[in-house]
Each structure stands twice: as C-alpha cells, then as structure tokens.
Design a protein around this ligand. Structure first.
Ligand code: GLU
Length: 488
C-alpha cells in the first residue's frame, strides 16, 4: 500500500502553529514512507472564509519547506483540490444516501430548531435535533416542498449500536450511537458540511491515513457512519495530541503568538520552527532535542506519537533558535540579517546594506542573538552615518557619575592616543588602550566602557576592539571627538 495523506485546512483564519504541526506530521509521514502528501482546501463553509487565509496557509507551508505532491498550484490526478470546486461529488453522494434511506431532507426552520433547543435547555437535556423530519411521508414532504422551504440533508444516525475503531495514537475508541444526532450533511445553501465533504474526498483521493488534531476525534464516529453508509472503506485514524501552553492551558493568544507567520516576523528560523514543531507530540528517543530535517524524515514513525498533550514552550523554541542561528554559515546569516536589518534599522540608514560589510559584522553577533529581530538593536551603530544619539550621562555611567572631568580627561587621552595606532585592528587597538588605563590609574573595564559608549552609543555591544576594527578609524575617531564635546 502506498501511503497517501492529506493536510486539509479550512481557509477560515490565519494558520495556527497547531494546524501547521498537523501539516508537518502528515508531511513527515509521507516523506518517511515514500508516499504522497496532498494539500486539500476545505472551503465549503462559505460564510467563514477569510480573505488572505489561503495565501497565509501556502506561505506557512512554503516557509517550513513542506512541499505538497498534489494540491493547489501543483494539481494532480485527484483534483480539483478545492472543495468548492467539487460540489458535484458531494451532491451525488448525498443523493445516493437519500435513495438508500440513509439520509433525509429536513425542512425545519431555524426558528423551530431554536425553539427545540430552548426547550431542551430548560429540561437540562443536551441540545440536539429532535428528528421531526426523519420519518416524513410522501405527503408531508410534498407539502413542505410546495411551501418552497429549502431543506437541509441530515444523516439518519442509527438509534442504537456503537462506532468503534482503533486509532493509531489513542488505541481503541468507542462512541455510542445514541449520543450522536442526525447531523447535517448538506446545508440549505447546497454546500456539504465538513463531515460529508471530508469523507467523500478522503475516499476519492484514496487517503490511507488521516492524521489530524485530537479535537476532531468526536467527528470520527460520524465519519465512520458515513463511510459505512456510502460503502467506502475507512482510512486509518491518527489523532494528534493537543498542544498546551507552558501553564498547561489550551494554547491561545494569552501564551503569545499562535500564528506561525508571526514567529517568522519575530525572527525565528524555519529550520528551528520545523525542529520545534516536530517534537510537539513526537520524540526520537525522549532525549534528543536538536534533530535535522533529514533525521526527522529518516526516523519519523506513527508509533512514537504520544497521547499526552504537548507543551508549546516559547523559551525552548527561542533556545533552539539560538542553536540554529549559531549553526548557520556566515553567508547565510548575512543574507538573513540584511533582509531583517533593512526592515528594522532607522529610515535614515541608506539601503541596500553592503553585503561585505554585513559579513564582517556577522562573527560579532552570531553568538549573541537568538532571534533575528535582536540584531538591529545590537548593530544599529554600525550603520548610522551621522552622530550617534545618546544622553551624556550614558558616557559617565556609574563609574564616572558626578566625575565629569575625570571622564573627560580619560576620553581625551584615549582620543589623542588612538590616531597613532597604525594598524586599525583589534589587537593593536587593545594594545594601545589597555596600558593607557593603567597609566590613568583606571580599571581597564571602566576606560573601555567610556570608549564603548563613545563609539557605539550603547553599553551592551559585541566585543569593543573587534567592533572598533569593523567601524574603522575615521568613524571611531569622529565619534570619540563628538563624545568629548558632549562632556565639555
Ligand atoms: N478542515 C478541517 C480543518 O480545518 C480538516 C480536519 C481533518 O483533517 O479532518 O482542520
């Protein structure tokens, strides 16, 4: 059997990290098995479509490198892959079910259904359709049709018995039919509901395994009833564990971003996100955290998916991102930084940034950033051309607070000593300033901090002398001069 799996998002919102975890597990299973990964767009709920959602789904998959073998943009032998273009299949299936007496037309108005629900609520009963139209005779039906009522189609759920199946993650699962109602399979607008469209397509597209979030588990008995009534064989079900925030509450906005693309915006790398999501409910050996894409493909198995909820720990993701940032080649990091910095640096910094210059900055920041969005703050002074903006008190810091003259004298000495450095390289610069500190009776760190603020406008920077080397003689001397003026 060739494995065929699908990711079947509804374009009703911006893809959540949980949706993309589902996509990733499907993709990994397909790639591990040498099977096919299908992207199917479940767009039959016309009232809930959100403009831009489909683009965001495609963008998210592309960002993580989850390519699909069939689906929008690539097409394939089982298309079309948008459910809104497949209505004929669902219509035919629904007609077949009605003909077999496995489904029926229901003419109840929304007002009547509301009344039924209100009464059930009063009697503290679970809300469900009271099956009024389940046994209409020819005459009743003709009467309703004559009134022009547009019906929905409901499935005739057996009143007793049970649906059972073996879920690869959850084990044996049983649902009593009496807990299910006569669910709608075709809405009054003629569109199928999720249940019908999903089952018809999984059958027609020859899907072998349905990997989806645990929240769909209660839909599965309905799907099994449909498979059975339509005479289709059901696929294997694999319900993926829930994703919780660090406080063990269901992951939501309260825990920070839930949209995958928001993480891209925050400067996370796709390879880190891939690794992180891959461990939300699956593990290689309960220990290994850093796993490459190739290793994931090689080792992924349904058997190692866990039942317990997975925890989305942003701190762990950030740590992991730092690991991946440090592993990047300097060229690749430079490329990513250029893109990011051109967005984040102040508008007066001329663009495009110079690649060779950024390449010189890379070794100074690679160990110091975990997320790409930290780069601008850490490197802005490499790019600003005019005078730096910082308050004079920053120069004084704790050490020289109230001792402006002492600070000025120290800075003056540094400013007159540095032009004599003939090679503007970090070791020569350090060779000039370290002895100077001693001469002035200052701790080296205190003098260096003064110079650091003068040449960068900041107290936290990459190592001072490497930074000065990249900044270059002219810019450093001009900034030292400028700092001196501020102290005078
Ligand atoms: N359209 C459903 C969703 O949005 C698909 C669920 C399933 O995989 O069956 O997730």
């Amino acid at each position: 059997m060739t494995v065929r799996v699908r990711f079947a998002p509804s374009p009703t919102g911006i893809p959540h990290v949980g949706n993309i975890r589902t996509a990733l597990f499907n993709w990994l299973f397909a790639r591990h098995e040498g099977g096919s990964f299908v992207l199917r767009i479940e767009d039959t709920d016309q009232t809930r479509l959100v403009p831009g959602a489909l683009d965001a789904i495609i963008d998210s998959l592309r960002w993580l490198g989850l390519d699909w073998d069939e689906g929008p943009e690539v097409d394939g032998p089982y298309g079309p892959y948008h459910q809104s273009q497949r209505l004929e299949h669902y219509r035919r299936a629904a007609e077949g079910l009605i003909a077999k007496d496995a489904a029926y037309r229901c003419y109840c108005s929304p007002e009547r259904l509301e009344q039924v629900r209100a009464e059930q609520a009063r009697r503290k009963e679970p809300p469900r359709y009271d099956r009024r139209c389940r046994n209409l005779n020819e005459d009743d039906r003709a009467q309703e049709e004559a009134k022009g009522t547009v019906p929905v189609v409901r499935f005739k759920t057996p009143l007793s018995g049970r649906e059972e199946f073996d879920d690869i993650v959850r084990g044996h699962v049983v649902f009593e039919n009496e807990t299910l109602d006569d669910f709608i399979i075709v809405k009054s607008d003629g569109f199928p509901t999720y249940h019908l469209a999903n089952v018809v397509d999984d059958h027609l597209m020859e899907i072998t395994h349905v990997l989806r979030a645990e929240e769909w588990l209660p839909s599965t008995p309905r799907h099994l009833l449909l498979y059975d009534a339509l005479g289709y064989a059901a696929p294997q079900f694999v319900h993926l564990p829930m994703i919780l925030g660090s406080d063990r509450a269901k992951l939501s906005k309260r825990h920070g971003a839930v949209s995958l693309l928001e993480y891209r915006r925050q400067g996370y790398l796709p390879e880190a996100m891939f690794n992180f999501l891959g461990l939300l409910g699956w593990s290689l050996d309960d220990r290994t955290e850093i796993i490459s894409r190739e290793e994931f493909i090689r080792y992924f198995s349904l058997e190692r998916i866990v039942k317990n909820p997975a925890i989305f720990d942003v701190e762990k993701l950030t740590w992991m991102n730092g690991v991946y940032v440090r592993a990047l080649s300097p060229e690749r990091l430079a490329e990513l930084l250029i893109e990011r910095l051109e967005e984040d640096l102040p508008p007066d910094v001329p663009r495009p940034l110079d690649r060779d210059y950024v390449l010189r900055i890379v070794p100074l920041v690679q160990e110091r950033i975990k997320r790409l969005d930290e780069a601008a703050v850490l490197t802005v002074f490499f790019f600003v051309e005019g005078p730096l903006e910082y308050p004079p008190e920053l120069l004084l810091g704790k050490r020289f607070a109230g001792k402006r003259d002492e600070a000025r004298r120290a800075l003056e000495s540094a400013t007159s000593r540095l032009p004599a450095v003939d090679r503007w390289e970090h070791d020569a610069l350090e060779g000039a300033l370290r002895p100077l500190a001693e001469e002035l009776g200052l701790k080296a760190g205190d003098l260096f901090m003064l110079v650091r603020v003068a040449v960068t406008g900041q107290t936290a920077t990459p190592p001072l002398f490497e930074t000065m080397e990249v900044l270059g003689r002219e810019r450093c001397l001009a900034r030292l001069d400028d700092a001196l003026h501020r102290l005078t």
